[in-house]
Ligand binder design. Structure first.
Ligand SMILES: [Zn+2]
Length: 128
């Protein structure tokens, strides 16, 4: 099977292989092209949880990851732009974790506030 490039999926000019864009990510939504597909990582719904880092095998985290990616697709904005636009609505970046993580945490509160990181991790681990 031949590896696909990002441009083959989105119609943009990104010549990188999609697998390169996915490395280390649960999901990705390229926003530069005329189509903005959300592409899920391998084993998206079955990845085992570790307790200290959320995984998409945990349904609560998977759902918020999908909401996060759909915001990228619908609004065609980056994580940094989401932080700017939704900051007045309680989305605040974490000092030591990525903006991506903060956005998923904020979505998990119905967009009311960004839970402290370990409070958010505990809520994921306690939600079936
Ligand atoms: Zn994102």
């Amino acid at each position: 099977m031949q590896a696909l490039t990002v441009s083959q999926i989105t119609g943009d000019s990104n010549p990188n292989y999609l697998i390169q864009q996915m490395t280390g990510l649960d999901a990705v939504t390229p926003i530069d092209g005329p189509t903005k597909p959300t592409i899920l990582g391998a084993d998206f719904y079955s990845a085992a949880g570790t307790g200290s880092k959320p995984t998409t095998g945990q349904s609560f985290y998977a759902h918020n990851t999908l909401f996060h990616e759909f915001l990228h697709a619908y609004l065609a904005i980056t994580d940094t732009e989401m932080i700017q636009y939704f900051g007045p609505n309680g989305l605040t970046p974490y000092a030591t974790y990525s903006n991506s993580v903060a956005i998923s945490a904020w979505l998990s509160t119905d967009c009311n506030s960004t839970l402290p990181y370990f409070t958010w991790i505990n809520s994921i681990n306690q939600t079936p």
